[in-house]
Write a new protein. Structure first.
Length: 201
């Protein structure tokens, strides 16, 4: 079972990339969020992998870090959630954001259909804190306190793009942001945020 790949991006489309690793080209499907954060073709990149094997297919799904892969598997454990829907959920938020949305029981924050969101929250809410204790921001938070503002998501996306341009991989970028989440909420510009992150590596 493939769990990790490192190589060179040699092609991409709207859903996947082809990663050349040890003279083999692997097609890896990514969330829209992770695709947007990727460096250009010919760049070196690494992914944690989930290999989804069925009778009629053998599909590789890629993630920037281990928590994202772990969350993907947790979502697959929800009844009625398949790889495509799990990727849709991961496209809207970072793994840390999704974990906290579920932990607070905020069905609207998942940005998917109401019934599906309720199913995700009901089946994972009691498990999510144990699965990802390091990602919970406020263990006393309430659902009403959460706002997933588009501006905030755009802000994080610009930070990721800036770090990628400086040579950090998607996995390294997510780890840097995760460790500095609290500080980032007080910074108003991408330049200030990146400067702060680089100083605190």
């Amino acid at each position: 079972m493939i769990a990790y790949l490192q190589g060179q991006i040699i092609a991409r489309d709207e859903q996947s990339v082809v990663l050349l690793a040890q003279d083999v080209g692997y097609q890896i499907y990514l969330s829209e969020r992770d695709l947007r954060a990727l460096p250009p073709e010919q760049s070196e990149q690494d992914f944690f992998i989930y290999q989804h094997v069925r009778e009629d297919a053998n599909v590789l799904y890629g993630f920037p870090d281990w928590p994202a892969r772990k969350l993907f598997l947790a979502l697959l454990g929800v009844s009625g959630i398949g790889p495509k829907m799990a990727m849709t959920i991961l496209s809207a938020h970072t793994a840390a954001e999704i974990v906290n949305i579920i932990y607070r029981g905020d069905t609207a924050g998942l940005n998917i259909g109401k019934k599906t969101a309720e199913k995700v929250v009901v089946e994972l809410k009691d498990k999510i804190g144990k699965l990802f204790p390091e990602l919970i921001v406020d263990k006393n938070a309430k659902a009403a306190s959460w706002t997933a503002a588009p501006l905030e998501q755009g802000f994080l996306l610009e930070i990721r793009a800036a770090l990628n341009a400086l040579g950090y991989t998607a996995r390294e970028t997510e780890e840097i942001i995760r460790k500095n989440q609290t500080a980032l909420t007080d910074l108003k510009s991408v330049e200030a945020a990146v400067t702060h992150l680089l100083k605190n590596l």
